[in-house]
Write a protein that binds this ligand. Structure first.
Ligand code: CP3
Length: 370
């Protein structure tokens, strides 16, 4: 592909690099805070800007996407230590030639999911030009990085290969995972070809997001926990490892010499924590099923752990939020090392933004205590 037109020397220096220092394993003054899905439907200002438009249309409009990305950073001024670009994990299947629609109130829908060998072959043979297909994503990142003006680092992201295989074969959300399970159990060979193709696209996409201005990267393996331990080792972990080893190589080819922290979130894959701590990632993100103390013990100081408040606590009283924040931060060792505060999964559309503010304030207060 042709290089992106980005003058990286124009980006403002960072005023808050707390999350980058925590990701590198340095001792920090308090745990950095951000929230998965911190932009979006629980914020009235999101609906105002989206104004009934199609979801992917808002992602593809750099002005709108950058505005939505910055909304939570502005609302919670000084409380969030990172922004995450407003986009979706399903833009990789789109770049691989598949049609994906976002149905309001229902979620993603693929009109033609991969069900036959011919379907799969078509995707395997599709020539993906990441720079061309996803150029809108890079433009949105560059614009957002400029607008952020160094306030906080900007996350780039993508879906984990297994999670994307699930969406591409199921055609949307799923309860039984019937088609994805059929693929890996009937045609593990072809399933692995698809996982490899997704991985190759993900490596290029993530690397180009950094070139465009992303300062830290997260991989969302949201359906990790649908795999047995054995199957995770075969159909998820090898591809997550490849991403962690190939992105830095690709970045150095692109002339980027600084170390970009990599975060992996394999939701539900509790059995894989020990291996994930050794898989090339700087940060391992945990869902709320983890006891922070147990996860910290298993980690043995190898990586920084991210998480892991049950998002449902936001529906509770302030007293309950305070209690759970204190337990979380204490469980991760006090927040001065190897911890990034987050939820164990994303925000919900029904959450009260003021409760989320209280959560962030408490993380700052409790996380700053000696
Ligand atoms: O603030 C942010 O976190 C940035 C943007 C972001 C979105 N999706 C916006 C979005 C990110 C990082 C994602 C990742 C994503 N997308 C994941 C991984 C994280 C996770 O939740 O496990 C997954 C599985 C998807 C796929 C997806 N996109 C689903 C299942 C849905 C519908 C259900 C839902 O929760 O809304 C989406 C739509 C989507 N992605 C919305 C937003 C703000 C809602 C769109 C709308 O109706 O306005």
């Amino acid at each position: 592909g042709i290089a992106q037109c980005v003058d990286r020397s124009e980006f403002a220096p960072l005023k808050n690099d707390l999350i980058l220092r925590a990701a590198r394993g340095e001792t920090v003054e308090r745990p950095p805070c951000w929230i998965m899905r911190q932009a979006g439907r629980y914020l009235p200002e999101y609906h105002e800007v989206k104004d009934g438009r199609d979801f992917f249309e808002t992602c593809r409009d750099a002005e709108i996407a950058s505005e939505i990305t910055i909304q939570p950073v502005r609302r919670y001024a000084g409380l969030l230590d990172a922004a995450i670009i407003f986009s979706d994990i399903l833009v990789i299947p789109q770049a691989m030639g598949m049609q994906v629609e976002m149905v309001d109130g229902k979620g993603p829908h693929f009109p033609a999911p991969l069900r036959t060998e011919t379907d799969l072959q078509t995707v395997l043979e599709y020539k993906v030009d990441v720079l061309k297909e996803l150029d809108w994503a890079f433009k949105a990142i560059t614009l957002t990085r400029k607008k952020l003006d160094g306030q906080v680092p900007l996350f780039g992201f993508c879906g984990g290969p297994w999670t994307l295989l699930v969406y591409m074969t199921e055609g949307g959300g799923s309860r039984l995972f019937r088609f994805a399970k059929e693929w890996i159990n009937k045609r593990p060979d072809l399933s692995k070809k698809l996982l490899q193709k997704i991985t190759d696209v993900a490596v290029e996409f993530l690397s180009q997001q950094v070139f465009a201005g992303a300062q830290i990267l997260q991989i969302f393996e949201s359906w990790g926990g649908e795999l047995s331990c054995d199957d995770f080792d075969e159909f998820s972990l090898p591809y997550l490892r490849q991403i962690a080893s190939k992105v830095p190589q690709r970045l150095s080819e692109l002339g980027i010499t600084e170390k970009i922290p990599l975060v992996v979130f394999a939701k539900g894959s509790w059995y894989a924590l020990d291996k994930l701590c050794d898989s090339g990632y700087d940060v391992v993100s945990l869902d709320w099923l983890w006891d922070p103390k147990e996860a910290t013990r298993i980690n043995r100081g190898r990586v920084t752990l991210q998480g892991n408040l049950d998002p449902g606590v936001i529906y509770g009283t302030n007293e309950m939020i305070t209690k759970k924040v204190a337990r979380m931060i204490d469980g991760f060792g006090g927040g001065k090392k190897h911890h990034i505060v987050n939820f164990g999964h994303g925000t919900h559309p029904f959450m009260d933004p003021e409760k989320i503010r209280f959560f962030l304030e408490e993380c700052h207060r409790i996380g700053s205590q000696e």
